[in-house]
Write a protein that binds this ligand. Structure first.
Ligand code: IDP
Ligand code: MG
Length: 153
């Protein structure tokens, strides 16, 4: 099923100049980036994004971190893109993430784990709405993948 997911390149990766490499992984997989922008996350956006973690021991540091430098926010579309992006990202703790995944390759530390991706359809819709307006989503074009698939139908 074609899905959309919310992806953010986190402040650590922006500061470490990894934006290009991470976007390349997403494009190389064959997913379609339908929205993209750099954002300095506000306190309100951070609280909305991480509402599920409010009250946990790491919550204050998480909010401090996500607001510490810009993120690169994206809406990524593709076949089973929600679970597919989670697979491409690797486990939450980079120490346990497989080599070959984004977290596994680019960080050894839980608190600097490079990338965020939605964990299900409801969180994807909720998170996309925190960071993007409907008119910022560019979906009136075809990727090479979409053109190839259409030719076979
Ligand atoms: P996810 O990013 O893989 O979906 P979540 O459990 O939703 O993982 O946690 C959100 C973010 O909070 C993680 O990406 C990580 O940056 C941070 N985090 C989660 N658990 C811990 C923890 O136990 N210690 C420190 N930071 C954590
Ligand atoms: Mg999560």
């Amino acid at each position: 099923m074609i899905e959309r997911t919310f992806i953010a390149i986190k402040p650590d990766a922006v500061q470490r100049a990894l934006i290009g490499k991470i976007i390349a992984r997403i494009e190389e997989k064959g997913y379609k980036i339908v929205a993209l922008k750099m954002i300095q996350v506000s306190q309100e956006q951070a609280a909305a994004h991480y509402a599920e973690h409010f009250g946990k021991s790491f919550y204050p540091n998480l909010v401090k971190f996500i607001t510490s430098a810009p993120i690169v926010a994206m809406v990524v579309e593709g076949e089973d893109a929600i679970s597919g992006m989670r697979q491409l990202m690797g486990k939450t703790n980079p120490a346990n993430a497989e080599v070959g995944t984004i977290r596994g390759d680019f960080s050894p530390l839980m608190s600097f784990n490079v990338i965020h991706g939605s964990d299900g359809p409801e969180s994807a819709a909720r998170e996309i709405a925190i960071y993007f307006n409907e008119d910022e989503i560019c979906d009136k074009w075809q990727t090479a993948f979409e053109i190839l698939r259409e030719k076979m139908n």
